[in-house]
Design a binder for this molecule. Structure first.
Ligand code: SAM
Ligand code: DTB
Ligand code: SF4
Length: 320
């Protein structure tokens, strides 16, 4: 195991990633936990808060997403929030112990208009509160990425979500190459890349391995990797998808930790469907960040008290 932890992972082939992924479960956990301990403080997790600053009515057709206009879900559309309301939320997030504030907008892409100007003010305001500021706004041009960088944005979230071959089963309104292009624009502007995916959409082990390999090919490597477990939402094409087995969820987290020793691995959507024990195993395997508060963007999430108890049971504390 120790020799494997020292392998320069950027050069791993698909077969080598597959070997990591298919290790006996407890060997994989042990391997990932070793890498985690060599590279991170294993007793700390980062608490982040998400806010949907513009909800619903999105033109894209992402099969998992309750915010796509074409699906009939219970999500109520709402226009872009006022800058001051967003900053009030950010203040509360800071008081609640979060060190990162992530603003999500249900846009296909950013447009150069007054709404983008308002988002720029939100980023400046969040930064001035002493929080890390992250945005996820859809596709970005190089110039737009530069404006966000100039406003002080810490990170931009844009997920690859799955393998290139499975992507077409989930989204038809844009391509994998579009995703990669935005990620490149973000990196070129000097913004830290937050890029991860969703598991539990019906993809195969091979899709998960190919997804991890594509993540590994990004240069620079993402500093933040959200791993979402699909939350099936009524009205979306994936509404009847079975919840992923927690062992498979943990496997992906563990391999991500081995491949990205220095990144933050974030437990994102889907924690309400995971037991405390499964989440503890995910932390053991290298996850070191959670979104806190009862709502993610539109779906549920464990509340503060529940997470406090979980962290206490695990003997973990949050970064301050
Ligand atoms: N519109 C922007 C975009 O697509 O990049 C940003 C918002 S989008 C909601 C951010 C991420 O949330 C998606 O890439 C996906 O990974 C995740 N997500 C959305 N709906 C989800 C669901 N039902 N279950 C799990 N993850 C989900
Ligand atoms: C990410 O990968 N997961 C977060 C964050 N990036 C923006 C969003 C999860 C959203 C889950 C579905 C919802 O609440 O609408
Ligand atoms: Fe729109 Fe993003 Fe939802 Fe896709 S994931 S429908 S782009 S909000």
């Amino acid at each position: 195991m120790t020799t494997q932890t020292r392998t320069p992972t950027a050069k791993l082939s698909k077969a080598e990633i597959s070997n990591l992924y298919h290790q006996p479960f407890l060997e994989l956990i042990y391997h990932a936990a070793t890498v985690h301990r060599e590279n991170q403080n294993p007793q700390k997790v980062q608490m982040c808060t998400l806010l949907s600053v513009k909800t619903g009515g999105c033109q894209e057709d992402c099969a998992y997403c309750p915010q796509a206009a074409r699906y009939h879900t219970n999500v109520k559309r709402s226009p872009l929030m006022d800058v001051k309301d967003v900053l009030n939320n950010a203040k509360k997030a800071k008081e609640g112990g979060s060190t990162r504030f992530c603003m999500g907008a249900a846009w296909r892409e950013v447009k150069d208009n007054a709404e983008f100007d308002a988002v720029i003010e939100m980023v400046k305001g969040v930064k001035s509160l002493g929080l890390e500021a992250c945005c996820t706004l859809g596709m970005l041009s190089a110039t737009q990425a530069q404006r966000l960088a100039d406003a002080g944005l810490t990170a931009y979230n844009h997920n690859l979500d799955s393998s290139e071959s499975f992507y077409g089963d989930i989204i038809q309104t844009r391509t994998y190459q579009d995703r990669l292009k935005t990620i490149q624009n973000v990196s070129n502007a000097g913004i830290s890349v937050c890029c991860g995916g969703i598991v539990g959409m019906g993809e195969s082990d091979d899709d998960r391995i190919a997804f991890l390999q594509t993540l590994l090919s990004l240069s620079p490597a993402p500093e933040s990797i959200p791993i979402n477990a699909l939350t099936p939402v009524e009205g979306t094409p994936l509404e009847n998808q079975e919840i992923i087995d927690s062992f498979d969820w943990i496997r992906v987290i563990a391999v991500a930790r081995i491949l990205f020793p220095k990144a933050r691995i974030r437990l994102s959507a889907g924690r309400l469907n995971m037991s405390d024990e499964a989440q503890a195993m995910a932390f053991m395997s290298g996850a070191n960040s959670i979104f806190t508060g009862e709502k993610l963007l539109t779906t549920g999430n464990p509340d503060h008290e529940t997470d406090k108890r979980l962290l206490k049971k695990c003997g973990l504390s949050s970064f301050t």
